[in-house]
Ligand binder design. Sequence first.
Ligand code: 5GP
Ligand code: SF4
Ligand code: MG
Length: 456
Amino acid sequence: CGVFGILAPGEAVAKLTYFGLFALQHRGQESAGIAVLDGDRLTMHKDMGLVSQVFDEALLNELQGQLAVGHTRYSTTGSSRKVNAQPVVSRTRLGPVVLAHNGNLVNAAQLREELLAREHTLLATTDSEEIVHAIGEAVDDGKGWVEGTVHALKRCRGAFSLVIGTPAGLMGTRDANGVRPLVIGTLKGRYVLASETCALSIIGAKYLRDVEPGELVFITESGLESHHWAKPEPRMCIFEMIYFARPDSRVNAESLYTYRERLGEILAQEAPVEADVVIPVPDSGTPAAIGYARASGILFQQGLIKNHYVGRTFIQPTQTMREAGIKMKLNPLPDVIEGKRIVIVDDSIVRGTTSRKIVQALRDSGAREVHMRISSPPVTHPCFYGIDTDSQDQLIAATKSVDEIARHIEVDSLAYLSVEGMLKATRTDGQGFCTACFTGDYPIPIPDAIRRTKLV
Ligand code: 5GP
Ligand code: SF4
Ligand code: MG
């Protein structure tokens, strides 16, 4: 998911949030929402669809206030329905609290039972609603906003980057492992919170720093207060670095574009091949392909053209079209492909279905040889911390060896980046990352009941 928040009296906060969410659209395409607080008066609009489908100018004009919180949803828990759209709200003795969540709790079931036992009505089926109710409960028990929020956070296990709006100010916080990103920006002396720095650039805000793992920032008109509520043990999601976040975002001040190019360079050293042309699977494979081409000295060309307008809400193609392959999204360019020995570079293979179709399309366009290079290690384990990977039995690398995968997707050769290569390419030499989907080394313990839902 994508989260965004701003406190800026006198500015059009809903409109700024709209543009922030627009830049975070890649983090979730199912639903979008903006909540605005004018003192303790709450106005909110949320619905299914893309940011540009959910909002128009007239709606944004109705969202008046000093503080705004926004969300784009990508479901990891709870079904894809309007009732699960965010921000989520709780009414407290101190006024409303609105919350936008990116991540996934691993103790959601337990938290839900505890809240229901205290007669909370939970409308949604998401862990995010539980967090906002836990905050509401603590505040109604007599705690202040920061104290109450910290109390609620300590009941949560898992991954959570949160933006929280209250009549007293705006809060941003990350779990002790800082699995999901959250950054602070400044705009004309005001503070902005966003999942990624690309949402700061789009509104002209400057990147100040990341919210630290286990930190809560409380932003009021008098400035920014920092509270360290949990001992930080950084385990940033490395899949954000490799694939999920936008390449024009920075994580821990590191450019993801540059990181991905470096992955491609290391991949070229680890898995060289004689070929005529390096082609990316756009857009996610492009930086790594540029790095691979540079390090190998092989020509870089675009051989697959992407149609950027194919979204998740796209009308399903006919069976005849489906049989014709994936060409609606990626169309091969025979001019580049015909008669060539091709290195095709992508960021990851999850199920292997896309990769198989791409290889087929390259062969249909006359490729002489197809060598696939992947700028991450094999995905062998599911994610429980907010990336919607399939259950383990759907992950092709969980059950097949690299050779078997190569046969399945019908390439002449296949190679993945090593775990060492992936870690070496970070500026911290791999310190402070979650790598569980590549290694099975889960930094946050997962209760058995949850583990069984995805792990075989
Ligand atoms: P596959 O061959 O596994 O079917 O697809 C691999 C492609 O899926 C890669 O191009 C990669 O960029 C993309 N991908 C990787 N992770 C995810 C994900 O979590 N969600 C979606 N929609 N695509 C992903
Ligand atoms: Fe990221 Fe993979 Fe860890 Fe999930 S399991 S947080 S996708 S590195
Ligand atoms: Mg891709």
